[in-house]
Design a protein around this ligand. Structure first.
Ligand code: NAD
Length: 390
């Protein structure tokens, strides 16, 4: 979902390029030597489909990423054109239900003018997913949410059981956002769901129960690609050296379409909470924190994060650590999306059900996992790979 956005387009071009042997494997975790024996499916066996709300061309969007932000090499892109256009034929209109006005404004007239209930939307998405699986003769489908961040919905406000949530879907005013409707559509069919965004998705306990009932799996949420990745590596260092962090301030500026959506305070809240959560969990106390995310149009897909860490050293003397991270957002996220799909496909063949905790190192707020130390989270992935049944 979000099939023509920056992350999805870059992941799709990346997959096509891998299949064609146009690029090396830099940035792909699943290509590390420790996963060689894990029996992961080769890239050539993956097929892309999707849902989108904007009426734009996939190749035009990829070209925009090249022209505006130098995300994708023009030569590589030209060689992917035909494949991108074939994939575009498999991209269907998505749903806008309960996404809030900022995301609604992105949508083209077909999606905006559609009138359907939440139940009808789930059934329509299921019909699309089933047709995709049938037409492409797929053994399994993994739905990945890489669509715009929705305004926050507190999972605690929803019924705890799937039976009650399922009834709520037919009631007026049901607050389930589109990300959860896609999750329910996929999981109910026995397919897997991954949430790369801080939107609700499958994080409500009742939707987790649906996944377990159907013998399927999901994981989220919010991909850990840049500043938060560094936090989850650096904060354990302060903890293990017994250096007391007094404050940690992180200012983020970037200018892509995600930044435009996050400019709405309602949408931004979900992201800020997700970026801010882990420090207290790693340190065991809550330092003063500030996370800001500001839209600066000229920066396009390039994000600069400036972090200022103020900590107490020996004899109580305060010291400062600062870093500046300048990353291309879509290029950081895209390989992780491909890795997540590849690991999840393996988990499906391994019979893993429920939350895929071993994928924690990929997420800012990993579902069902308290551990926020990146090194320890990565060990969970390695341990899972060692335990895999052949
Ligand atoms: P983007 O704005 O470029 O793409 C989002 C796409 O989703 C757009 O094409 C939009 O039209 C589409 N969309 C919105 N609502 C939809 C719906 N209900 N159904 C189907 N499509 C819908 O954003 P992006 O940079 O590609 O990021 C995608 C998501 O990933 C965002 O939520 C972002 O916060 C999250 N994320 C990105 C990173 C990163 O490093 N790039 C890291 C963590 C999380």
């Amino acid at each position: 979902m979000g099939a023509k956005g920056g992350v999805a387009t870059t992941a799709t071009v990346g997959l096509i390029s891998l299949k064609k042997g146009l690029i090396a494997n830099a940035g792909l975790v699943s290509e590390l030597p420790e996963f060689e024996a894990a029996g992961l499916t080769p890239w050539k066996d993956f097929v892309v489909g999707g849902h989108e709300i904007r009426e734009v061309g996939s190749y035009d969007e990829a070209w925009r990423l090249h022209a505006e932000s130098r995300v994708i090499d023009g030569g590589v892109l030209a060689k992917c054109k035909g494949d991108l256009e074939k994939i575009e034929e498999r991209i269907r209109p998505g749903t806008l239900l309960n996404v809030g006005s900022t995301i609604e404004k992105l949508a083209g007239p077909e999606v905006r003018n559609r009138r359907e209930s939440l139940r009808q939307a789930i059934e329509r998405l299921q019909a699309d997913i089933s047709a995709f699986a049938k037409d492409e003769q797929l053994a399994h489908v993994i739905v990945v949410n890489v669509s715009s961040t929705e305004p926050a919905v507190d999972p605690a406000t929803l019924p705890a059981s799937w039976k009650d949530l399922n009834k709520l879907i037919d009631k007026r005013g049901c607050p389930l956002p589109a990300s959860s409707l896609y999750a329910i559509a996929a999981l109910d069919l026995g397919y897997s769901f991954l949430n790369f965004t801080p939107s609700l998705g499958a994080s409500a306990p009742a939707i987790d129960e649906l996944a377990r009932e159907r013998g399927t799996r999901h994981m989220g949420y919010d991909g850990k690609t840049g500043e938060t990745l560094l936090k989850s590596i650096l904060a354990p260092m302060f903890a293990k050296r017994n250096l007391q962090v007094m404050s940690w301030v992180g200012h983020n500026i970037f200018g892509n379409m995600d930044a435009k959506v996050l400019d709405d305070p309602a949408n931004k809240q979900a992201k800020v909470t997700s970026k801010d959560r882990l420090l207290g969990q790693i340190l065991g106390y809550q330092p003063q924190t500030l996370v800001s995310i500001e839209r600066i149009d000229s920066m396009g897909d390039w994000k600069t994060a400036w972090d200022h860490v103020h900590f107490n050293g020996f004899l109580g003397t305060p010291m400062t650590f600062q870093f500046i991270w300048q990353g291309c957002d879509s290029l950081l996220a895209a390989p992780l999306v491909l890795d997540l799909v590849r690991f999840t496909e393996r988990a499906w063949r391994n019979g893993d059900v429920g939350q895929l905790n071993f994928l924690a190192s990929f997420f800012k707020s990993p579902l069902g996992v308290e551990e926020q130390d990146f090194g320890l989270q990565f060990q969970m992935l390695q341990a899972w790979a060692r335990r895999l049944k052949s």
